[in-house]
Design a protein around this ligand. Structure first.
Ligand SMILES: Cc1cc2nc3c(=O)[nH]c(=O)nc-3n(C[C@H](O)[C@H](O)[C@H](O)COP(=O)(O)OP(=O)(O)OC[C@H]3O[C@@H](n4cnc5c(N)ncnc54)[C@H](O)[C@@H]3O)c2cc1C
Length: 476
């Protein structure tokens, strides 16, 4: 079939309508630019989407909004208007039928298992610190990093099973960057010191006490962004980018499949927020074999969520409950009505469980009925719900939920970024788009940065250099 070439009216074509793509689109639209947004799924929002089912609402895994940047917070508050709630955070780890604070409040964790385990944790930690001092080892994997900062007993008790559940690979193969980024600056020694000084250890890094949340679920951010874009520019859902055509140092057009028809979309500038390996494999002509091989090695972890509806107004007190034990098939639970009361009909509630998996494995391919039965059995076994309270369930499958940081991934990213830098009018942004462990704030900021660089380039009429800027940031 011949591809239809649309007339060249776009200043910018944006691949993907998640928060990075939409923030880029809204910023460019507000500046009066002609933009076309191309999204493969049938809705906007990407990972930050809220589903609706018979009066129940739930995110694809609960999404809280937190940022350290006051201007980004103001941007989100402005997008949400009166629908922006401030919600207290309270997360727990459920382990051996006991609840521990999450992120780990180390003193609570150290003393939670009684005197013998406490002594082992402390002795272990001291031994590891001495070893690190004497041998000066560099942490490569998640396992190295956690043992260096918390000791082996803490690693075995708290970190190993949960990390392996999330990533599906052994902790010695998970790059340390993920955990180091997540619990930055935290170590057992630092936590003990701080706890002794402050008594409560409340101001440890990673302990945000409140977060922003839209009244109708996280998807409201994307929907409101889209509502600001649509009067001026097109957002095409159900439109998959299949090819990215280039000549030398310039991207010329992208090819999409929309309602079974192939179409060519031309533009002056291109922003990609689609997963980095998909972008690389869509490039025509193909990049050199070394770049293709690097992209093929970058994998993602996928997610299945099972929402269980109950005829009880409230089940837990928590924002999230982390469930590391491998005997329980899911890794995390959240109760959306603790985030906003509008997430369920009056007098009812729901629990959303997250199964980390790979597309094509037994979880991903499991039938909805089997997944729901397994989830309900586990929730009953954990004494969180009673079987007779269940009034419904919904299963969702989410591809490319987490870029998978296997040891060696950063070298593959470097190879790809080095190649992509040649394109003067291609900008990458977002979590999958940059293959970074980005939360919503970072994804939105990256989309905004891409838009500002494009606007700057238009103003100066010079060839944009953002590609280099974005890639430099991504590899920093
Ligand atoms: C379970 C879970 C919980 C999370 N919780 C939080 C949280 O509490 N707080 C927080 O800040 N962040 C959280 N995040 C991270 C957050 O979801 C992301 O940072 C953010 O949504 C990423 O936005 P994005 O636009 O970069 O990517 P995406 O949302 O992945 O958007 C990319 C878009 O590109 C589209 N696409 C893919 N391929 C193509 C193609 N070929 N053609 C066209 N379109 C294509 C996709 O359909 C998607 O819509 C969580 C993520 C997960 C998975």
């Amino acid at each position: 079939m011949d591809a239809k070439v649309d007339s060249i009216i776009n200043d910018v074509a944006i691949m993907g309508a998640g928060l990075a793509g939409l923030t880029a689109g809204q910023t460019l639209t507000a500046a009066g630019r002609a933009v076309e947004i191309l999204e493969s799924s049938d809705h906007v929002g990407g990972l930050a989407t809220t589903m609706e089912h018979e009066g129940f609402r739930f995110d694809l895994g609960g999404h809280r909004f937190v940022t350290e940047d006051p201007s980004l917070e103001a941007y989100v508050r402005n997008i949400l208007g009166d629908d922006c709630l401030t919600v207290p955070r309270s997360s727990k780890i459920l382990l051996r039928q006991r609840y521990f604070d999450y992120p780990l409040r180390p003193l609570n964790a150290v003393f939670g298992f009684g005197a013998v385990t406490t002594a082992r944790i402390l002795a272990d930690y001291v031994r590891e610190r001495l070893r690190t001092r004497v041998f000066g080892r560099r942490a490569v994997s998640l396992e190295d990093w956690v043992i260096g900062h918390f000791g082996r007993t803490m690693f075995d008790l708290y970190f190993r099973d949960y990390s392996e559940k999330v990533w599906g690979i052994n902790c010695s193969r998970i790059d340390q960057a993920w955990i180091a980024q997540r619990i930055q600056g935290l170590s057992l020694g630092a936590a003990i010191k701080k706890a002794l000084l402050s008594r409560r250890g409340r101001d440890l890094p990673t302990l945000a006490t409140h977060f922003l949340y839209p009244r109708l679920g996280i998807g409201q951010i994307a929907e409101n962004l889209a509502a600001q874009i649509r009067p001026h520019n097109a957002i095409h859902t159900g439109t998959r980018v299949t090819r990215v055509n280039h000549s030398g140092a310039t991207i010329d057009s992208v090819e999409v499949v929309q309602a079974g028809r192939r179409r060519v979309v031309a533009a002056g500038q291109f922003v990609s927020t689609i997963p980095l390996p998909i972008l690389v494999s869509a490039l025509r002509p193909h990049p050199p074999a070394k770049v293709m091989a690097a992209a093929a090695r970058l994998r993602s972890r996928d997610l299945v969520t099972v929402a269980v509806m109950v005829n009880r107004p409230r089940v837990t007190e928590e924002t999230w409950i982390y469930v590391p034990e491998k005997t329980i098939p899911f890794g995390r639970i959240h109760e959306p009505t603790n985030w906003s009361r509008c997430m369920a009909p009056e007098g009812e509630s729901l629990l959303v469980t997250e199964y980390f998996c790979f597309r094509g494995d037994t979880v991903w391919n499991g039938s909805d009925a089997a997944l729901a039965a397994r989830t309900i059995d586990s929730l009953v076994r954990l004494d969180i719900i009673k079987r007779h309270e269940v009034i419904g369930h919904v299963v969702q499958r989410i591809a490319n939920a987490y870029p998978l940081f296997e040891v060696g991934y950063s070298e593959d990213c470097r190879i790809i970024y080095t190649y992509l830098r040649r394109f003067s009018n291609l900008y990458t942004a977002g979590r999958g788009g940059m293959f970074r462990y980005y939360n919503m704030d970072h994804a939105m900021q990256a989309g905004m940065d891409a838009a500002h660089e494009i606007l700057k380039a238009y103003q100066s009429k010079s060839a944009p250099t953002l590609a280099a800027t974005a890639f430099a940031k991504a590899s920093a």
